[in-house]
Design a protein around this ligand. Structure first.
Ligand SMILES: Cc1cc2nc3c(=O)[nH]c(=O)nc-3n(C[C@H](O)[C@H](O)[C@H](O)COP(=O)(O)OP(=O)(O)OC[C@H]3O[C@@H](n4cnc5c(N)ncnc54)[C@H](O)[C@@H]3O)c2cc1C
Length: 422
């Protein structure tokens, strides 16, 4: 798959990964995984650890999708606050969701277990765009502390300089359990671990259909059919191409990142080295790389066509937060599709022996590894924890194949406008 958006800092600093070829000739396994992002790689690895034979097919290369090009921000939880989850679903489900999505940091566990070298750093700051946002953040931090014993630091506006060198924000919450990492090197590390556990990874191989056979399922790919007992569809933004019905649950929103040249004053910009995301609907998010570049994400496009010059598109957002580096050199600009659901909760489930997990709505760097592991757990016969995520409510976007995107875009534009109106 060629990719006009691949000029990323991550691709330029990726650890060695020799392209794997595609399969020619038919194959058979217990589990066929479609998609080599965090979800597919994590699921493949966890299935192999449980003794299943696994083949993973990836249309591009490992980490080709959102997993290899995201902001690298590790933000505990889901897109909903824990208090919203409790209000909506009751205390028992809130407990279960909290244990999985806030407490169980499976990314950290995988990095430690497999010795994955991916520049992992601790600390995430949520920065308030308005005083009202700060009040809401403070309330939520208090709720997390009293209800779950989850500790974070409330940072008053006057103390924000300890974390971020801009007067723009009205306070924030520093969460030491969050952090940041080099996402492509994490994906490559997971892929190496999966291969070591026995997974066969086939790249440049697109799956285009799943069919039922007498003994199970068959995944039809460019050059081979893969017969399997179970299939895991981990194709996120592309899920509708393999299963049109699942494609109704997400719309892909293009989001862009830049990496500056290494900065002499990097530590002055982000003194605590936390990753920062602000509370705007179309948020700004940024952090330092291991070699002291500012990696900055900002601005969404509701059209699939990328801006002609990504650096020029993102620079004004960066300059608004950090006017002191407004004219700094930008070495890389890239983008990717964020698969967003109607309610911003991931859409996870199973249909017979086909499992799927997609639509992490910009909050997938941590939860995808967990989701992959829960799929393997359910496949091995214990579905309680999988069901906690699979029972989250979900609704398809209205509008059918042609109107879905324009209607969703209208809704998103409205929220983006509210940002600008303050
Ligand atoms: C620019 C950007 C910034 C982001 N920043 C953050 C962040 O800072 N923090 C955070 O938590 N989340 C962030 N996200 C979201 C996060 O990256 C995703 O939620 C997560 O990576 C999804 O992982 P995945 O494995 O489900 O999907 P993907 O990583 O997209 O993987 C799907 C894979 O399936 C492959 N595929 C598709 N169709 C087929 C097919 N037919 N056959 C075979 N293979 C196929 C694709 O090539 C792709 O590699 C960001 C996303 C983007 C795009």
């Amino acid at each position: 798959m060629s990719d006009p958006l691949a000029n990323s800092y991550y691709a330029a600093t990726a650890h060695e990964w020799r392209p794997r070829s595609g399969i020619r000739g038919d194959a058979r396994c217990d589990v066929a995984v479609i998609g080599g992002g965090f979800t597919g790689l994590s699921a493949a690895l966890a299935c192999a650890e449980r003794g299943f034979s696994v083949i993973l097919v990836e249309a591009g290369h490992v980490g080709f999708g959102a997993s290899g090009r995201n902001g690298g921000q590790l933000i505990p939880g889901l897109r909903w606050n824990a208090s919203e989850l409790e209000e909506e679903f009751g205390s028992e489900r809130a407990d279960a969701l909290f244990d999985l999505c806030w407490r169980a940091n499976r990314v950290k566990a995988r990095i430690a277990k497999h010795g994955i070298d991916c520049d992992l750093k601790a600390g995430h700051l949520e920065a308030a765009w308005t005083p009202k946002d700060f009040d809401a953040m403070r309330r939520e931090a208090g709720y997390l502390a009293t209800r779950f014993g989850y500790e974070s630091e409330v940072v008053a506006k006057a103390d924000m300089a300890a974390h971020v060198a801009t007067p723009l924000y009205h306070g924030g919450i520093h969460d030491p359990q969050g952090g940041h990492f080099h996402p492509l090197n994490y994906a490559i590390g997971l892929a190496h671990a999966a291969e070591a556990a026995g997974v066969s990874i086939w790249e440049s191989q697109r799956a285009y259909q799943m069919v039922n056979t007498i003994d199970g399922l068959s995944v039809l790919t460019d050059w081979a059919d893969i017969d399997a007992r179970y299939v895991i569809n981990a194709t996120d933004s592309w899920i509708g191409e393999v299963e049109p019905d699942l494609g109704r649950y997400t719309v892909p929103i293009m989001n862009y990142n830049i990496a500056t040249a290494p900065l002499a004053n990097a530590d002055a910009l982000l003194p605590s080295d936390a990753a920062v995301a602000d509370s705007r609907f179309v948020l700004n998010y940024f952090r330092l790389s291991a070699d002291k570049r500012l990696i900055f994400g900002g601005g969404e496009r509701y059209s699939q066509t990328p801006p002609r010059d990504i650096a020029a598109f993102v620079r004004p957002f960066m300059a608004q937060v950090f006017p002191q580096i407004a004219d700094t050199k930008i070495d890389f600009g890239w983008g990717g599709a964020v698969a967003v659901t109607m309610n911003r909760l991931p859409h996870i489930g199973r249909d017979g022996n086909i499992f799927y997990a997609h639509g992490f709505s910009g909050h997938g760097a941590l939860v995808t590894t967990l989701a992959g592991e829960l799929i393997a757990e359910a496949m091995a016969g214990t579905a309680e924890r999988f069901d906690v995520l699979a029972n989250l409510p979900s609704r398809p976007f209205p509008g059918g194949k042609w109107l879905r995107r324009p209607l969703a875009t209208l809704g998103l534009l409205w929220y983006a406008l509210r940002d600008r109106l303050g």
